[in-house]
Design a protein around this ligand. Structure first.
Ligand code: ADP
Ligand code: MG
Length: 614
């Protein structure tokens, strides 16, 4: 895009980067500065008028106009006038005035008449950091079909949006934009967003272009990989076969079998080295154990902050926690991050560096020309399909929307009067050697919250049951507590902050106290902890709210992807209490829950515009 200096300055002031974004700054209202010969009361209208008399009242100025276009007089009224205003009206002068016309008992007035110089058109009014007339001129001069076309928009979309900036129809009510116009605005909004995303993506040479096969290994497994595991692995395989480094996110519910995708990637990468980072020691341990079990012949090693200094060069697969970030790491052709959503921004930034380890030096210590390892991220936070499609503008995405074995979880919304029943259930499950997780909203007592805190509730459970464990987000020993619980515990009392990343094969029940305070995705994560190995599971959502459609809908599905969509819908309706990720969307026009078509159209539109600009 070639901008003149003036255009660049204006873009900067307006905080925009493209003509598309300028097109989206639609007027908030219009002034009809055409001369009509029919007077309409309660309307802003233009008059062509000669001043007949000026009268100064205590709190106003009254000007008698002869309005030539209507053929009769109209009284202009200026309330609380500034002193200079009186001199603006000279008897005998003829000018154009614009103002609100009101008629009562045959007498017409115009309040706050404003002198207008340029007339004859419908003029858009903009709210922006620029002065109204400066903004108007900028739009009128440069928001052209040509400029919009240069960004890849099609004519019919351009037609629609130009109508808003260059109106030819009389009055347009912005609250009643027609469907076609709204669709075009959605299109432009998403088009512009995705275009910027894809412009941000950088392509690097990959360190390796070899790719082994995983099929023989897959046959050695005690189970058959499911279709979506295979298609994710195939996606990765085709990434590895390219000479640009992969950047892919694999999204799948808890229990969807992402570890197998990780292991398959390691196999395909051999004889080159892979690194995997996990958010907790427990998880890293678990992944290491699985590696030893399913990849017994691969030289693998576990690195946590307890690991002694060893030469990592000997290994083909390095698994670790963020302790990895503080080690000297050998060059690796593949870098993977498990449960990437659980890393903070700081860690992610460091991680970016980790990914770049191949950038500077190769195995013989020679500088490589901007080559990078392949980079795969694994996430257990299902995202709506629309979101996934948008993400593909800057990162490739593979979704695993099903799980290898159907989880059998009964979910229920319960209230105070169901407590006895709940207690019976808990006794029952413990009797069957199963475990129960109780999630409380707070650690300590609170005056604002109508629910018990962990500290208030723990005594109750400890008195009635044996082997009750308690932990929370700020608990320094939480990993230790979790480990102990997984071996010996009956009941675990925790806050949502404790993400039980480890698999607890005996966990059959989760009870979430104050469930209405939590987002559906959080509830889903918590529920995902039970029934991980096919055990019959139970999820109780305890609430003081007499009715919640949101929670009821949640109990009817276990698909994280469906829940992500529900979440979008309910966020809009604001069922959540304030302060709980009741996030606004990044879009003004696009609705991610509804606008699948728009997303599809934009995707194909972007492809078209890319191929035509080549
Ligand atoms: P995720 O990391 O996606 O939460 P895991 O990779 O831990 O899920 O898999 C959950 C469980 O399912 C593990 O016990 C794993 O061995 C098992 N599993 C994975 N793939 C399959 C499959 N295709 N068939 C049966 N079980 C599987
Ligand atoms: Mg996992």
């Amino acid at each position: 895009m070639n901008l003149t200096q003036e255009q660049e300055e204006k873009f900067k002031k307006l905080g925009i980067n493209s003509w598309c974004e300028l097109a989206l700054m639609i007027p908030h209202k219009y002034e009809d500065l055409r001369l009509h010969d029919k007077l309409q009361t309660h309307q802003l209208q233009l008059i062509d008028a000669t001043v007949e008399s000026v009268y100064r009242a205590p709190n106003s100025i009254q000007v008698t106009f002869f309005a030539h276009n209507f053929g009769h007089t109209i009284t202009g009224v200026l309330f609380r006038p500034k002193p200079y205003m009186l001199h603006q009206y000279k008897v005998g002068d003829r000018d154009y005035y614009y103002g609100m016309i009101e008629c009562k008992t045959g007498h017409c007035s115009m309040s706050m008449p404003r002198k207008v110089i340029t007339v004859g058109a419908i003029t858009p009014k903009y709210k922006s950091v620029l002065r109204t007339d400066v903004m108007l001129r900028f739009v009128q001069n440069y928001l052209t079909r040509e400029n919009l076309k240069s960004e890849g928009l099609s004519d019919d979309i351009i037609d629609e949006v130009l109508k808003l900036h260059f109106p030819i129809e009389p009055l347009i009510n912005l609250n009643e934009l027609n469907e076609k116009t709204v669709r075009s605005l959605k299109y432009i909004e998403l088009f512009s967003y995705m275009k910027q995303l894809s412009a941000k993506r950088r392509y690097f040479k990959s360190l390796t272009t070899t790719c082994g096969d995983y099929k023989e290994w897959a046959l050695s497994l005690p189970f058959k990989l499911i279709k979506e595991q295979i298609s994710a692995i195939e996606d990765i395989k085709s990434d590895f076969n390219k000479d640009v480094s992969a950047k892919r996110m694999i999204v799948g519910d808890v229990g969807s079998g992402k570890t197998m995708v990780i292991l398959a990637s390691v196999i395909m990468m051999l004889p080159n080295r892979s690194i995997l980072m996990a958010p907790t020691t427990i998880l890293a341990n678990q992944l290491f154990e699985e590696t030893r079990k399913f990849l017994p012949h691969v030289k693998s090693v576990l690195v946590t902050n307890k690991t002694k200094k060893i030469d990592l060069n000997e290994y083909d697969f390095i698994i670790g926690t963020h302790a990895l970030l503080y080690r000297e790491l050998p060059v690796s052709s593949l870098v993977m991050v498990d449960e990437q959503h659980r890393f903070g921004t700081k860690q992610r930034n460091k991680l970016e560096k980790l990914v770049s380890i191949g950038e500077a030096l190769d195995q013989r210590g020679q500088a490589l020309n901007q080559a990078k390892p392949h980079y795969l991220q694994f996430s257990a936070t299902p995202i709506p399909r629309t979101q996934a499609m948008i993400e593909t503008a800057h990162i490739d995405v593979s979704l695993i929307t099903s799980t290898p074995f159907k989880k059998d979880i009964t979910s229920r919304v319960i209230h105070k009067n169901d407590f006895k029943e709940l207690l019976l259930h808990v006794e029952n499950e413990i009797g069957k050697n199963n475990q129960v997780l109780l999630v409380y909203p707070l650690v300590e007592q609170s005056e604002v919250l109508e629910y018990q805190s962990i500290e208030e509730a723990r005594g109750y459970w400890e008195n009635r049951f044996e082997n009750v464990y308690v932990t929370h987000g700020k608990d320094k020993d939480k990993e230790e507590v979790l480990r102990e619980f997984s071996k010996k515990g009956n009941i675990l009392i925790a806050t949502t902050v404790v993400e039980v990343g480890i698999s607890l094969p005996r966990l059959s029940t989760v009870v979430i106290v104050g469930a209405e305070r939590l987002g559906l995705s959080t509830l889903h994560q918590l529920r995902g902890r039970v029934s991980r190995t096919g055990l019959k599971g139970y999820c109780y959502l305890y609430t003081n709210q007499s009715q919640s459609e949101r929670l009821e809908k949640f109990t009817q599905t276990t698909s994280g992807f469906e829940i992500a969509n529900l979440d979008l819908k309910f966020r809009k309706s604001g069922d959540l209490l304030k302060g709980h990720n009741q996030s606004g969307s990044q879009f003004k026009w696009v609705d991610l829950a509804e606008d699948v078509e728009v997303v599809k159209n934009v995707k194909s539109g972007l492809l078209d515009s890319e191929s035509s600009s080549e």
